[in-house]
Design a protein around this ligand. Structure first.
Ligand code: RB5
Length: 149
């Protein structure tokens, strides 16, 4: 599985720790930055990660900003992206099981690195349940295909 990573200045150290953790555990990682701790606009990074998933270059993504919220708002504007901002284990697991989320958003100012690594682990290891949840995800896609109307 290939994971796209991205962060703004609110998630820099978390992103680097997640990158190291994923690679140590055998995942391929593409790091879309930032590569030094300077202020950037989170939608610019969200866009890079989302495009890599849309193109099939990466399978899933993890985006980290200060709260995880800005990244999730930006990411969910991209077709085919289901981004979930999570700060605890249950949500990180169930957004895979029930929502087939393809991007996990984390808040570098909300959770510590230890929790961020555990949520990352759940996100990459949990499979979508499908079945009745597939119908619901299909309805999200239908809304998207109708231009959000
Ligand atoms: C940057 O200061 C901060 O606004 C950003 O990281 C994020 O929390 C936005 O949602």
């Amino acid at each position: 599985m290939k994971i796209a990573l991205g962060c703004d200045h609110g998630g820099f150290s978390h992103k680097n720790a997640i990158s190291e953790y994923l690679q140590k555990n055998g995942y391929d990682v593409i790091d879309f930055g930032i590569y030094e701790e300077k202020a950037v606009d989170y939608p610019d990074i969200a866009q890079k990660v989302c495009r890599s998933i849309q193109s099939g270059e990466c399978d899933r993504g993890i985006l980290i900003c200060g709260t995880g919220i800005g990244m999730s708002l930006a990411a969910n504007k991209f077709k085919g992206i289901r981004a979930a901002a999570c700060s605890e284990h249950f949500s990180a697991k169930y957004t895979r099981l029930h929502n087939d989320a393809n991007i996990l958003c984390l808040g570098g100012r909300v959770i510590g690195i230890g929790t961020a690594l555990e949520l990352t682990d759940l996100f990459v290891k949990t499979d979508f349940e499908g079945g009745r949840h597939q119908n619901r995800v299909n309805k999200i896609t239908e809304i998207e295909n109708n231009g959000g109307i």
